[in-house]
Design a protein around this ligand. Structure first.
Ligand SMILES: *C/C=C(C)/C=C/C=C(C)/C=C/C1=C(C)CCCC1(C)C
Length: 241
């Protein structure tokens, strides 16, 4: 007799380490969201929005990770579309985090707008190179990297850095840690891009590094989304104490 029931959960190959990181990503993002949301009441009103945004970032990621885990399990191919929809929602929210903590030093809306525009350029050009014009991945990756370094410049040396210095104390310290996340934690993404788009490009040797694009993206997401949130959480704790 034939089996009338279609399996609702795809089989998990124990050697499928990409699928494993998608699965762990779901759980980590979900747990982090619960942690941030449930902690909200303990903070001064002024800091609740920041911690709320931390939770929204990991929550949006959690939902996308459930989709991406499924997509990978069913098709064994990169869930590029879901990946970039996730990023286009969460990266601007990370810009909002910078803006919210610098507001005490008088950060203007224009700073927020500038950072969001740069992050959208970074992600749209990255998507074009990864999913639409794969043959020109190097060119689109370059445009994306220019926007990325403009963000790095803004927070390390530009207007945002100046505001952080003016704020001083705990805000300056937290800003510095976030700067390191963007410089070191975010650099994993272009590395993943180079690995994933290497086919037929001048950097084709990146395909032989033994690295996987999705594993790199998944590790980077866990570090950056949860780590970023924890920095904000720690700052809110200090400011409330
Ligand atoms: C939570 C998601 C985050 C923090 C995503 C960040 C993504 C990037 C910093 C992506 C950067 C890219 C480049 C700098 C060049 C190649 C294309 C991208 C989009 C992978």
């Amino acid at each position: 007799m034939t089996n009338l029931f279609l399996p609702l959960v795809a089989k998990m190959d124990p050697t499928d380490y990409v699928g494993f990181t998608f699965f762990v990503g779901c759980m980590a993002m979900m747990a982090a969201s619960a942690f941030f949301f449930l902690s909200l009441n303990q903070f001064d009103k002024k800091w609740r929005t920041s911690v709320l945004v931390s939770g929204l970032i990991t929550f949006i990621a959690a939902v996308h990770y459930f989709y991406m885990r499924d997509y990978w399990a069913s098709n064994m191919e990169s869930p590029t579309f879901f990946r970039y929809v996730d990023w286009i929602l969460t990266v601007p929210l990370m810009c909002v985090e910078f803006y919210l903590i610098l507001k005490v030093a008088g950060a203007k809306k224009s700073l927020l707008t500038k950072m969001i525009v740069l992050s959208v350029i970074m992600l749209v050009t990255g998507y074009l190179g990864e999913a639409v014009y794969a043959g020109q991945a190097a060119m689109w990756g370059f445009f994306s990297a220019v926007a990325y370094f403009a963000i790095v410049y803004e927070i390390w040396l530009g207007g945002a850095a100046k505001l952080a210095k003016e704020a001083g104390g705990d805000v300056l310290a937290a800003h510095k840690v976030l700067c390191w996340f963007v410089l070191v934690g975010w650099i994993i993404y272009p590395l993943g891009y180079l690995v994933g788009t290497a086919d037929g490009q001048w950097y084709s040797s990146f395909a032989n590094l033994g690295l996987d694009m999705d594993v790199l993206y998944n590790i980077a997401d866990a570090i950056n989304k949860i780590g970023f949130g924890l920095v904000i959480y720690a700052l809110a704790c200090k400011k409330t104490a």
